[in-house]
Structures are given as structure tokens and as C-alpha cells.
Design a protein around this ligand. Structure first.
Ligand code: MEV
Length: 293
């Protein structure tokens, strides 16, 4: 019996959320199907998969993932696989599932926030560390706590542009940590991202697409300062700004994916297709992970 797990995007606040600043993420209407089957040929699996299987007492099994989104896309693939495997234990749902999934991600990766795992479990617009919406749960690790809530927002169309593999999330998070250790300047950027994210929450609640787009552009400029962009990303951003309401990288950066709020869709599609990128036209969704009996 398979589980179905959605990809996620981050509208605002990636990287800053690692340091306890707010973020807004959402599930999108692209799901992967995850099945646990016998590991007939003893295939080697990723550490995330191995840990997740161990957690549910099925370390001898194989995890089959049906997905058309490349892994390393910055759209939450490793968190999805962990959540999808853990769901095969029917006692793990909601908060317990989100906590167990984050524990595994943290054990393997050694850093990062629980936003990907919680978003994929809960579905919808998920705000981290903001006093908006319907409270979900909170997760603590070392001296940090992340409070989650579901923002009441209308689902929106988004174009996702995959520009190529990113380095590991760990590498990108470490890169930003080095900036943070160097002093005040990086902290100011994080404060700005925090303000953008809070404004983003009310724009999402009002369904103010123009404002959401503007704030995405501002957030992208801040992320760029941390060296998370590249020339191809900037080319996509330029096109996104011309034919959309706003554009930014989403997730760890350094490659991976961008989100664009589309306006002139035909032109946007045409211009993006001239680049060496993959385009996914989708929507946000209020659906999280589920298990099909
Ligand atoms: C990755 O999807 C988001 C980051 O903020 C890392 C994290 O929160 O764990 C870059």
C-alpha cells in the first residue's frame, strides 16, 4: 500500500528559518508515490531511507519512489521520502509523524530546520514562527524552537523552474552559517527576511498576488547576497519579473528550483523554454501527505 507525499516550496524565509526567523512554505499539487517492497537485490539506499526504514522496523526492505521531479530539486524530496516511509506505520500521523521525520533528517544531516518535514505532513500554507493562522505544533532542537501554523490562504498558480542540481542542502546551510559567524551584516539580512516574511503572511491571507510577487523579489535579493544564486538563476529571475508578478529561488539555492507567480503565462512559458531548464506549471494545495489503503 502506497503513501502519497507532496512536494513543497518556500515562499519566504528559507535559511533565515534555520536561525529561528519566520518562514512561509506550502505544499504543491505534485505528489510522489512511495511504496515499501522487498529488497530482492540488496540495493544500497540513501542514509535518509535507511534511517526511516529502521524507524519502522523494515530495514531489510526497499523503497520505491515514483516521481517525475528530479531529486536535488530543492522541492523537499528527501523529507518526502522520509515522511512517505514513516507513514507505513499507521501510528505515525500529524505531529508525531512530523517530529519523527525531522529527527531522522536531523540525525543524518546534522543541521537544518523542521520546515520541510512539517509542511509535507501538514499541507497548505505553513507559517513558521509567526502568530498567524491555525496553530499546528511546535518542534524544538537544541536551543531552538519552531512554532507552526496553517495560514488561511487561497491556493495560487505557480511556475516552478528547475535549473539543475543544487549542492546538498547541508553545503548551502553551512555557507550561510559562515556569513552568520562573520558578524552583524548577515544578521541584518536575516532581520530583513523576517520582515518580508511577516508582510508576506498578510499578503497571502489577503490574496494580494501583486504584493506577494514584490515581496518574493525582495526576498530573492537578500538570498543573493549570501551567494545562493548563479547566472542561470538570475536569467530566470529576469524573465519571471518581466512576465510574472515576482520570482525567487526556493529552498536551499545554489541551483535547484525557482518559483514564479505567473502573469503573462504564454510569454513566460515561451521565454523559459528557450533556456536549458525544466518547467512545472502547478498550484499550491491544502493537501498534505496521505496513505491509501
Ligand atoms: C531547505 O528546504 C530550507 C533551508 O532553510 C534549510 C532548512 O530550513 O533546513 C535552506
Amino acid at each position: 500500500m502506497p503513501s502519497y507525499v507532496p512536494h513543497k516550496v518556500i515562499f519566504f524565509g528559507e535559511h533565515a528559518v534555520v536561525y529561528g526567523y519566520p518562514s512561509i512554505s506550502s505544499t504543491i499539487d505534485i505528489f510522489s508515490k512511495i511504496q515499501i517492497i522487498p529488497n530482492k537485490y540488496n540495493y544500497l539506499q540513501t542514509p535518509f531511507v535507511q534511517e526511516a526504514l529502521k524507524h519502522i522496523g523494515q530495514e531489510k526492505s526497499y523503497v520505491k519512489v515514483d516521481s517525475y521531479i528530479p531529486s536535488g530539486s530543492g522541492l523537499g524530496t528527501s523529507s518526502m521520502v522520509i515522511v512517505g516511509v514513516l507513514m507505513h506505520n499507521r501510528d505515525l500521523r500529524g505531529e508525531a509523524l512530523a517530529k519523527a521525520a525531522y529527527e531522522i533528517e536531523y540525525t543524518v544531516q546534522g543541521l537544518g530546520s523542521p520546515i520541510d518535514t512539517t509542511t509535507i505532513v501538514a499541507g497548505g500554507f505553513v507559517m513558521t514562527n509567526g502568530n498567524y493562522g491555525i496553530p499546528l505544533w511546535k518542534i524544538s532542537k537544541e536551543n531552538k524552537t519552531w512554532n507552526f501554523s496553517n495560514l488561511p490562504g487561497k491556493n495560487m498558480e505557480i511556475f516552478i523552474v528547475y535549473v539543475g542540481p543544487k549542492g546538498s542542502t547541508k553545503e548551502q546551510v553551512e555557507k550561510v552559517r559562515k556569513f552568520m559567524e562573520r558578524g552583524r551584516f548577515a544578521k541584518e539580512i536575516m532581520e530583513n527576511i523576517g520582515m518580508i516574511t511577516r508582510e508576506g503572511a498578510s499578503a497571502i491571507i489577503r490574496n494580494d498576488i501583486v504584493k506577494i510577487g514584490e515581496l518574493m523579489n525582495e526576498n530573492h535579493k537578500e538570498l543573493k547576497i549570501f551567494g545562493l544564486s548563479n547566472p542561470l538563476i538570475e536569467k530566470v529571475i529576469e524573465i519571471g519579473n518581466k512576465f510574472g508578478y515576482g520570482a525567487k529561488l526556493t529552498g536551499a539555492g545554489g541551483g535547484g528550483s525557482l518559483i514564479i507567480l505567473p502573469d503573462k503565462k504564454d510569454l513566460l512559458r515561451e521565454k523559459l523554454n528557450e533556456l536549458n531548464v525544466k518547467l512545472f506549471e502547478t498550484r499550491t494545495t491544502s493537501v498534505g501527505s496521505f496513505f491509501k489503503e
